[in-house]
Ligand binder design. Structure first.
Ligand SMILES: C[S@@+](CC[C@H](N)C(=O)[O-])C[C@H]1O[C@@H](n2cnc3c(N)ncnc32)[C@H](O)[C@@H]1O
Length: 285
């Protein structure tokens, strides 16, 4: 039988938590106002915690239970922390995205996304991976290495530009030409003809029209429960490069209005930072 205390104690604990958080916030405000010599980093740290306290409390006041409070808290954190880190990471290209290598070959992907790729490949076990956009070949080599580890799969990587220095790997076939041109699509069709499991990665021209055309062409190769991964949906203010113009995200939105065969798999965004928000499209029908 629940006693009256069962109802009162959690509320008291919650009140106490509020009080402690408020004290913590007040102490920080006091410190910021009185101690002119605190280091910049310490101010940022303390201000951040103050904001967290305020968000936490305002979330809890209006929430029915702890789960809802945590959810609201995360929603508020996202623009504050995740998008800010995304902009910092993306904006520091010489330190980060133009300075990322797979076995010595430049790879223009976010490492957190590469980890997701590895999880998808392990689950889906694709017989073939079609990649539009080879560049230096770092991502193709990464995909080939994951296929090596699971013992199956090959890669067809397409780029409009021919390059002599691409990494060689017995699982990779390179095609030169536009990903949406008839000759390339015909070659890809021959590669996938006898395959049971097909995964597609779109990472070439990032204009909305091109990505939409690629989605129309390549989505038909994707097998049930596999994915078409649309790279760089973060462009055009999602949250980076707000002046980019309609890009991969806008193509995804339009594509999903035209089909119910694919759905966004938000679980693939679990590490918070992804260059592909809403870009992991799973074939569900
Ligand atoms: C973002 S890079 C690819 C990065 C690579 N996947 C990686 O992660 O390291 C985009 C590439 O797409 C190529 N590209 C641009 N337009 C294309 C098109 N219409 N068809 C195929 N490739 C294209 C460019 O030449 C460029 O090498």
């Amino acid at each position: 039988m629940p006693t009256p205390l069962d109802a009162i104690l959690p509320r008291m604990a919650q009140r106490l938590r509020f009080a402690l958080r408020r004290c913590h916030a007040c102490r920080i405000v006091h410190k910021c106002l009185t101690d002119g010599k605190v280091y910049c980093i310490s101010i940022i740290y303390d201000t951040l915690f103050l904001l967290l306290d305020i968000f936490w409390m305002s979330g809890e006041r209006t929430c029915a239970n702890d789960d809802e409070a945590v959810m609201k808290f995360k929603q508020k954190l996202r623009p504050l922390l995740v998008d800010a880190f995304h902009k910092l990471y993306y904006g520091s290209k010489r330190q980060t995205r133009h300075n990322t290598f797979w076995l010595g070959v430049p790879c223009f992907k976010c490492p957190l996304d590469l980890w997701i790729y590895q999880e998808i490949i392990f689950e889906v076990r694709p017989d073939i991976i079609i990649e539009a956009g080879t560049a230096s070949g770092g991502s193709a080599l990464f995909l080939a290495c994951v296929c090596d580890w699971i013992g199956s799969g090959s890669i067809v990587s397409i780029d409009i530009q021919e390059r002599a220095d691409l990494p060689k790997h017995n699982r990779i076939n390179y095609l030169v030409g536009s990903s949406v041109s008839d000759p390339i699509v015909q070659q890809v069709s021959r590669f996938v003809a006898d395959k049971h499991s097909v995964l597609v990665v779109l990472d070439s021209d990032h204009s909305r029209e091109h990505v939409l055309e690629e989605l129309r062409i390549y989505s038909r190769f994707v097998t049930l429960n596999s994915y078409v991964i649309v790279e760089d949906t973060n462009l055009n203010g999602h949250p980076i490069k707000p002046a980019f113009g309609p890009g991969p995200m806008e193509a995804v939105v339009e594509f999903l209005q035209q089909t119910d065969r694919f759905a966004i798999d938000a679980d693939r965004e679990k590490f918070f930072l992804t260059f592909n928000p809403k870009g992991y499209l799973k074939r569900v029908r």
